[in-house]
Design a protein around this ligand. Structure first.
Ligand SMILES: [Zn+2]
Length: 204
C-alpha cells in the first residue's frame, strides 16, 4: 500500500541491526513527513561513508581518511596523550567504544574484528595476529590487555593471544570477571567495565 520507493527504503532500513520492519516503516514515514532537510543531510552523510571512513591502518578502529599521502590513523592512534605502553585488544569497535566510555583505559587499542570460533569455522589464521605482532615489534608496548568478552569464544581467543605472545617481551593480561559470563561488553555498565579493566590479571 506504500509507494514502491518507500517500500524499497523500508526494506533497506530493516537490514540494520535492531531495526525491524515496523521501526523501519516508522523511520520512513517520519522522513517523508519532514521538510527535505533531514533526508537530504542523511543521504549526504550516508553516501560519503565509504569514501571518508576506513579502518585505522594501525588498530582497526574507524578512522577518517585525510590527505591522500598520509597513513589512515584513528583519533586514538593519533592522540599523543595516550600511554604508549598499554595496548587493549578488543573483538569489535563497539567494545572499544564501551571501554572508552568507562575511561579506564589510558592506552591504545587493537581491534581483532572477530573471535576464535571453532563452531563458526573461525580459526587462528582468520585473526589479524601478524598485524598485532608487527604492532608489538614497534617496541613501545609493555602490556597487552585482552578485553575480549567473557564468552566461550572470548576466552578461547584470550588463551590463543596469551600463547601467541608468550615469547615476546610483553605482559599479557585479561580483564577481570565482573562482566557476567556470556555478557556483552557493550552492555556492561561503565563502573563494572572500569573495575574489570583495573582488576585485570596476568594470563599464563
Ligand atoms: Zn587507530
Amino acid at each position: 500500500v506504500l509507494p514502491e520507493r518507500l517500500t524499497r527504503l523500508v526494506t533497506l532500513l530493516s537490514r540494520l541491526p535492531g531495526v525491524g520492519e515496523k521501526t523501519a516503516q516508522r523511520f520512513v514515514l517520519y522522513l517523508v513527513s519532514q521538510d527535505a532537510e533531514l533526508p537530504r543531510r542523511l543521504a549526504e552523510e550516508l553516501a560519503s561513508l565509504g569514501t571518508h571512513l576506513r579502518p585505522c591502518e594501525r588498530c582497526g578502529h574507524i578512522a577518517e581518511v585525510g590527505e591522500p599521502d598520509l597513513p589512515v590513523w584513528c583519533s586514538i592512534c593519533k592522540d599523543n596523550k595516550r600511554d604508549p605502553r598499554l595496548l587493549c585488544v578488543v573483538a569489535r569497535v563497539q567494545d572499544l567504544l564501551a571501554i572508552e566510555r568507562s575511561a579506564a583505559m589510558r592506552g591504545r587499542y587493537f581491534v581483532l574484528g572477530k573471535l576464535l570460533s571453532p563452531l563458526e569455522g573461525i580459526g587462528p589464521e582468520d585473526l589479524p595476529l601478524e598485524t598485532l605482532k608487527r604492532r608489538l615489534d614497534e617496541g613501545e608496548i609493555a602490556e597487552v590487555v585482552v578485553a575480549t568478552p567473557p564468552s566461550v569464544d572470548g576466552e578461547a581467543t584470550a588463551l590463543l593471544l596469551a600463547r601467541e605472545l608468550a615469547k615476546r617481551n610483553v605482559r599479557v593480561s585479561r580483564i577481570a570477571s565482573g562482566v557476567p559470563h556470556g555478557g556483552d561488553l557493550e552492555f556492561a555498565d561503565q563502573i563494572t567495565l572500569g573495575r574489570a579493566i583495573e582488576g585485570r590479571k596476568e594470563l599464563v
